[in-house]
Design a protein around this ligand. Structure first.
Ligand SMILES: Nc1ncnc2c1ncn2[C@@H]1O[C@H](COP(=O)(O)OP(=O)(O)O)[C@@H](O)[C@H]1O
Ligand SMILES: [Mg+2]
Length: 379
């Protein structure tokens, strides 16, 4: 059993940078959890705290139920795989993988068995005699993985291990890692790439400014983001945000921005009471917007008047970058065979089943989730 528990963990570096801020996270045995967030949000620091490579300013780190705050890194039984593979250039692949076991006094026959078994798992049996400089970056990454696997640690820590690979190889290794995890133990994986996070994680913890904003299944963070930060970070192209005002008229609620006025569905009304005439942010994903075809939709349907700024072709689909008269910018994805012209004025239809409402600000809370008690905690 290798459960990892971070309880109210804070790290302030000398000089005063608060890299991790009162972070609580419970990772279950054999779980694959991904910490994802922008550069500088505290991901590496969190891993280093778990590995014992940094001292905590406050809080507790436990592995398998025991507090390890004062346990030395080499006694924590964790293995870390880094973006820079940190292989020994003068040693063969075999010796790079065997080195940690030798240091631990494992007998030769056992080392050989482990190295060959890990090499088999990773498909690098044929490379064992080579030196790292005779390997491609993908092969080096496999050796770095192999070096961690032979140790059979309780916990694997990955710090952006695929960042140095080209796009194609990254996708391939991603699939292999997911497969590999079945035979590995508890894994905490760090990346800034939300797509990697969504495809790899049993759960995804979205971080910003040293704080876990939301932790949940990939689908949960995608479809029920707790705040605007999570909503905007997860998904490509990202969610669109329209800044406007909430209006109540004739017993109905409306979102208004400039001349655009969108009637909000009745199911949302109970969350909107008392917010009349206040600033509000409407969030809608690109796939929930469609170019309105006069024959399909009636006038009472929720729509936006927009102008096309840029068209970005992606093959069978294209991204339209559009602006409203009030200055809100949006992206929507359309079929390439029915493209408007650059500069054209369009009416966009909004799928109101997929609309989110946030309070103003970069981390403005999801009003509907919060009031519905839909917070998912990281603990
Ligand atoms: N050794 C250090 N000393 C001082 N500040 C640091 C140190 N390492 C990281 N930081 C700062 O802590 C914050 C979090 O860094 P880091 O954990 O590396 O983020 P991430 O891995 O998410 O990019 C950043 O503001 C970074 O500049
Ligand atoms: Mg980092």
């Amino acid at each position: 059993m290798a459960e990892v528990h971070l309880a109210n963990v804070t790290k302030i570096y000398p000089g005063g940078v608060k890299a991790v801020d009162d972070l609580t996270l419970r990772v279950s045995d054999r779980e694959f959890i991904v910490l994802v967030g922008p550069s500088g949000c505290g991901k590496t620091t969190t891993l280093r705290l778990i590995a014992g490579l940094e001292f905590l300013t406050a809080g507790r780190v436990s592995i398998s139920g025991g507090v390890v705050n004062d346990v030395r890194p080499k006694d924590r039984d964790v293995a870390m795989v880094l973006q820079s593979y940190a292989l020994y250039p003068h040693m063969s692949v075999y010796n790079n993988m065997a080195f940690g076991l030798k240091l631990r006094g494992v007998i030769k026959r056992e080392i050989d068995r482990k190295v060959r078994s890990a090499a088999g798992m990773l498909g690098i049996e044929g490379l064992l005699d080579r030196k790292p400089n005779a390997l491609s970056s993908g092969q080096r990454q496999r050796v770095a993985l192999g070096r961690a696997i032979v140790r059979a640690p309780k916990v694997f820590l990955f710090d952006e291990p695929l960042s140095n690979l080209d796009a194609r190889l990254r996708v391939q290794m991603r699939a292999e890692l997911k497969e590999l995890h079945r035979s590995l133990s508890t894994t905490i994986y760090v990346t800034h790439d939300q797509e990697e996070a969504m495809t790899l994680g049993d759960r995804v913890a979205v971080m910003n400014k040293g704080v876990i904003q939301q932790c949940g299944s990939p689908l949960q963070v995608y479809s029920q983001p707790v705040n605007r930060f999570v909503a905007g970070f997860i998904g490509t192209p990202p969610m669109n945000f329209l800044e406007g005002r909430l209006l109540r008229e004739g017993g109905h609620y409306y979102f208004t921005e400039g001349a655009n006025k969108i009637r909000l569905p009745q199911r949302l009304e109970k969350f909107l009471v008392g917010r009349e005439n206040r600033q509000i942010v409407l969030g809608i994903r690109p796939e929930s917007l469609a170019v309105k075809d006069g024959s399909k939709f009636s006038d009472t349907e929720p729509s936006l008047n927009v102008k096309v700024d840029v068209i970005e072709p992606l093959g069978n689909r294209s991204d339209l970058y559009i602006t409203t008269a009030a200055g809100n910018r949006l992206v929507c994805r359309v079929e390439t065979n029915s493209l408007p012209r650059n500069g054209a004025e369009l009416v966009m239809h909004l799928n109101m089943d997929q609309v989110h409402l946030f309070e103003p600000g970069d981390e403005g809370v999801n009003i509907i989730l919060r009031d519905a008690g839909g917070w998912s905690s990281a603990g």
